[in-house]
Design a protein around this ligand. Sequence first.
Ligand code: GSH
Length: 192
Amino acid sequence: MKLYFNPKSRAVNSKWLLDEIGADYDLVHVDMENGEHKSEEFRQINPAGKLPALVDGDDRVFESVAISLYLVEKFPDAELGPQPGDPGRGRFLSLMVYATSQFEPAMGDKLMEVDEGSASRGWTDFDTCLDVVEQEIGDGPWLFGDWFTAADLMIGATLFWKRMFDGPTDRQALEDYTDRLLARPSAPSMGG
Ligand SMILES: N[C@@H](CCC(=O)N[C@@H](CS)C(=O)NCC(=O)O)C(=O)O
């Protein structure tokens, strides 16, 4: 497998998951400053010209949540989430998709001071997202109790970015959760 990677991109999350799995993979550095991610060659892998992207044999995977779901299914022995048919699979899929379809864009709005007024764009305001995430963690320590899954990694990635670019949230439970994530040996060393 090849992970198309730049350390200043969401590809760090895919690398983190590959390392949690202990998978064998190659990193292919993509020089974003020189626009390599917009090249014709790279667009054959991800037509959107964005990182991350994963190539596994003849298959190519783009969008970080798709990469995470692909890897969790490909490596069931790593036990990083419920597999199809397992209890909790629906909630797992929901949290995975929630991470990049609501939580991350809501944080983007907050950081860029975009008006959070319109719900019709498909995601809520950031505070509502924090309510959802806090509620889903519950007593923790992870989203699935004692079981660390790729959903923690995907949700946690946005909390890392929040801490790094905008400081901590005003919620101790979420800050403790972020600290637990950052303490994992494979976690990216950012935002701590
Ligand atoms: N929803 C996508 C977002 C991908 C994305 O925006 N990646 C950024 C790097 S973190 C990128 O490639 N930006 C360069 C560009 O869009 O020109 C995912 O989760 O994979």
